[in-house]
Design a binder for this molecule. Structure first.
Ligand code: GUN
Length: 304
């Protein structure tokens, strides 16, 4: 039986550690602060950001939620970011993605001062990560490393295969694994004979954004599978394809008309040695690492 890696429990531990650190900073008169910028009304983003702000409160961080309208211009957003860059009560700036199409997202993210870039999206932080220097790393990939380490799973010397090359997950995950001395391969949509490569993975990170893409024949028996995907499925055909005979999922689908599947087909988990479930695997780590990055940014900015 494969071990289920309980991301929610690991995230809770990290949040407790962050809360303890916030308390000790409070004794020095320091309160780490996060500015969360949520543009318009994207339902998923509204839920994510509400969770981020709520978690700040629970751990004792200051937070400021800023909600520009979806008609906002790049220029308005640039003014906002500049003011946040200058504010002494703000240590971390989070601009929730996606942004409306009239906003030049790359230009805007590049305007966040790298020392407050708690998402780790700025090229300066991507470069530092690449150069193996201390950097604010993107939250989800940083969470992947925490899951592996805190579960006692070895990284050094392991064959790690990352499927997906996004700037937010795939690329930084590969860099973090490399910095931990894994032998890393990055695969993507143009990779030939993908299964022959994924079958060599001791650690397989799935970050493609396609429901159930990783199938059993792509997995080496006993491998650790980290499933970063969060895909909402809404059709009977998909539920049958991924969750046939799963009473709990059937109930969820009957109640909500949808359910969530990762980038890994549930059948593929059966031959793994350990895996992160969806939901409850990597997802909870993203907010925990955002909190950890904000505290880290607060300390770095003060030379602590
Ligand atoms: N949208 C989806 N995931 C993320 C994330 O990790 N950070 C930000 N800023 N936006 C997102």
């Amino acid at each position: 039986m494969a071990t289920v890696l309980d991301g929610a429990a690991i995230a809770a531990t990290i949040k407790n550690e962050v809360a303890a650190e916030v308390k000790s900073l409070a004794a020095q008169g320091i309160r780490p602060g996060l500015a969360a910028v949520l543009v318009g009304h994207v339902p998923a983003s509204e839920i994510y950001v509400a969770n981020k702000v709520k978690t700040c409160g629970e751990l004792g961080l200051y937070s400021d939620l800023i909600t520009p309208p979806d008609t906002v211009t790049t220029e308005d957003m640039l003014d906002l970011v500049r003011s946040l860059n200058d504010r002494d009560d703000i240590d971390g700036i989070l601009i929730q993605l996606p942004l409306p199409k009239q906003v030049d997202a790359k230009f805007l993210l590049d305007s966040v001062t790298p020392d407050k870039d708690v998402d780790g999206f700025h090229p300066v932080n991507a470069g530092k990560l690449q150069a193996g220097r201390p950097a604010l790393a993107p939250c989800t990939p940083a969470g992947v490393i925490e899951i592996l380490k805190r579960s006692g799973l070895p990284i050094s010397g392991q064959n790690a295969v990352v499927v997906g090359r996004s700037d937010i997950v795939g690329k930084p995950a590969a860099m973090l694994l490399l910095n931990e001395n894994a032998t890393v391969t990055i695969c993507h949509s143009k990779t030939r004979d993908l299964a022959s490569i994924t079958r060599q993975a001791d650690i397989l990170v799935a970050a493609i954004g396609r429901p159930g893409f990783i199938t059993p024949e792509m997995v080496k028996p006993g491998a650790t599978i980290i499933d970063v995907g969060i895909n909402r499925i809404t059709t009977r055909e998909e539920v049958d394809r991924f969750f046939a005979g799963d009473a709990k999922r059937e109930a969820t689908f009957a109640k909500r008309g949808s359910t969530i599947v990762g980038d890994v087909h549930p059948k593929a988990f059966e031959i793994a040695g350990a895996y992160t479930p969806v939901p409850g695997g990597v997802g909870p780590l993203t907010i925990a690492m955002l909190m950890a990055n904000t505290v880290r940014a607060a300390k770095m900015r003060r030379g602590i």
